[in-house]
Write a protein that binds this ligand. Sequence first.
Ligand SMILES: [Zn+2]
Length: 285
Amino acid sequence: MVRHHRARLPLAAALVATMLGLAAAPAQAEPLQAPQPVQKTKKTVTNKKEVKKPKKPKKVDCAKVKCIALTFDDGPGKYADKLLDTLKKHESKATFFLEGQYVKSRKEFAKRIVAEGHQIGNHSYTHPNMLEIGEDEIRQELQRTEDIIYKVTGKRSTLLRPPYGLFDERYREIAVEMGLPIVLWNGGSRDWDTKKEGPIYKEVMRSAKRDGVILMHDWVKATVDVMPRLLKDLKKQGYHMVTVSELLRDGRKLQPGEVYPEQDEKEWEELNILVAPPGSEQASH
Ligand SMILES: [Zn+2]
């Protein structure tokens, strides 16, 4: 059975920045002048309490509007909290393919991802190349991750994504057993490689398309830093940022073991080159 994530929380209000201006008084050097009474500095309180009622979450129908699914792998990453603030501010949803070891070490981020209505997927526990390990190890990697996700968030993942997008029939059969579809991507950011805001921005905007699934990482600081600009400009182009499952039309549900989005083999080969080779970056986040 495919479980569907239905938690949608009210979208939060915008952040209010407090600006405290400090006026420096010029030094007085006139000895004859009577000392001035000390002026009390009035602090201006600008952080008005947000009294807006939480907005009702809108149901986005991707048959009618242009949608895109931003996905973040290997997390919860170091910068997940900042990313979540940005997503909230821009009323955007995303999908997080979590790594068990980081769910364990960054429990609060994992809880927040779920509480704020994003979709979660299982990206293994220690990020091995699934082609290079035994079937029992594959099963263990996935099961341990399921267990920790459930223990920490109270939810189960609804999708699988193999590290580097690499998997074989054994993995697919385990996906069927677990009742989970396999979600790859059809747009990249090359963020793990460039780690620079400009190139990440360009690559995402270049590969963005209707119903696209974009691969990014919330352990890359530049990705998280460029996200406000990206979301603003994607919105300008008419995109609604939704979870992977929300891309589907007419109540269609992904089936256990189904690979989504459908991959054009040649296109996938090119895209696959965009993924970090095993072991290059994964240990450092
Ligand atoms: Zn990964």
